[in-house]
Design a protein around this ligand. Structure first.
Ligand SMILES: Nc1ncnc2c1ncn2[C@@H]1O[C@H](COP(=O)(O)OP(=O)(O)OP(=O)(O)O)[C@@H](O)[C@H]1O
Ligand SMILES: [Mg+2]
Length: 267
């Protein structure tokens, strides 16, 4: 994948060969400029490839039908005056009307947790709630694949958790979610983590393998550390314990796993 820059033609993505399972939650990580947004745009059909192809279930991917891209700044995407209006607008663009439109809009707002705010003016919503509006539109229009470019970048921790959990509900409802982030703790919730470095895939696998690697006693050899990422606090703490020789029955990647294990010990 090559792009024209001020310095000439630059190769932005190379040897990227990924096959993403339907109904899974994939988290894309990588340093600034590693190619996350470009890859998402390629998947969403917004950036033409100089070489290679993107397919969906063996057929060509239909931009705007199979895949929906939620932008980092939801203001750039919201058209309606309220969440309900915005979702309805997306549905109208696809030719829906009447009871079915209403039903789909309400179901989508409900699933992302915005039913109470459905008629609030968009200007009164927080950044996180606006992200949820984009998510509801993606859900309502039945996009099979929803890609998010750093959706939590501008949110506080509570809004981040709301948006992340809403995305997990989309996955649980059968949608394929691809999510770029710099917040590594979010990768713990992924079915699959893909780490990019200078346009190449340097890791592709489960979150546990990304954070802990294959050698139990050598956490510094974990792909996460080898690739220069700062592990989330939870993982770093467990790395310390492992380095100190602790024999842990689990390698937690999300805080809920750790809470459960500690609660078990304290019983
Ligand atoms: N429209 C464009 N024209 C030319 N080069 C581009 C364009 N968009 C991105 N690039 C280049 O492609 C490379 C990858 O950029 P990209 O935005 O995909 O990275 P990223 O991983 O999303 O970074 P960040 O974490 O900062 O969002 C960078 O070197 C960037 O300069
Ligand atoms: Mg980016």
């Amino acid at each position: 994948m090559r792009l024209q820059t001020a310095e000439g033609i630059e190769t932005v993505l190379e040897h990227v060969n990924v096959d993403i399972e339907e109904g899974s939650f994939t988290v894309l990580v990588g340093a600034n400029g590693s190619g996350k947004s470009t890859l998402l745009q390629v998947i969403a059909g917004l950036c033409p490839l100089s070489k290679g192809n993107v397919s969906f279930g063996g057929a060509e991917l239909r931009t705007g039908v199979d895949v929906y891209m939620a932008l980092q700044n939801p203001d750039a995407q919201i058209i309606g005056g309220t969440p309900y209006e915005d979702v309805c607008f997306s549905l109208e663009l696809r030719g829906l009307a009447g009871d079915l439109l209403e039903e789909k809009a309400n179901a989508a707002l409900e699933l992302v947790g915005l039913q109470r705010e459905r008629n609030r003016p968009i200007d009164e919503l927080s950044g996180g709630q606006k992200q949820l509006v984009s998510m509801a539109s993606a859900l309502a229009v039945d996009a099979r694949i929803i890609v998010f470019d750093e959706p939590t970048a501008m949110l506080d921790s509570s809004a981040r958790a709301d948006v992340l959990h809403a995305a997990l509900r989309l996955r649980d409802a059968g949608r394929t979610v691809i999510w770029a982030t710099h917040a590594l703790d979010e990768a713990g919730y992924a079915d699959r983590v893909i780490a990019l470095e200078r346009g190449r895939v340097r890791f592709d696998g489960a979150a546990e393998a990304f954070f802990y690697g294959a050698h139990v006693g050598k956490p510094e050899a974990a792909p996460c550390c080898m690739l220069g990422f700062q592990p989330p606090y939870l993982v770093e703490m467990v790395h310390h314990l492992l380095r100190g020789g602790a024999e842990l029955p689990l390698r937690p990647v999300v805080i809920e796993q750790w809470e459960k294990a500690v609660a078990g010990l304290c019983r």
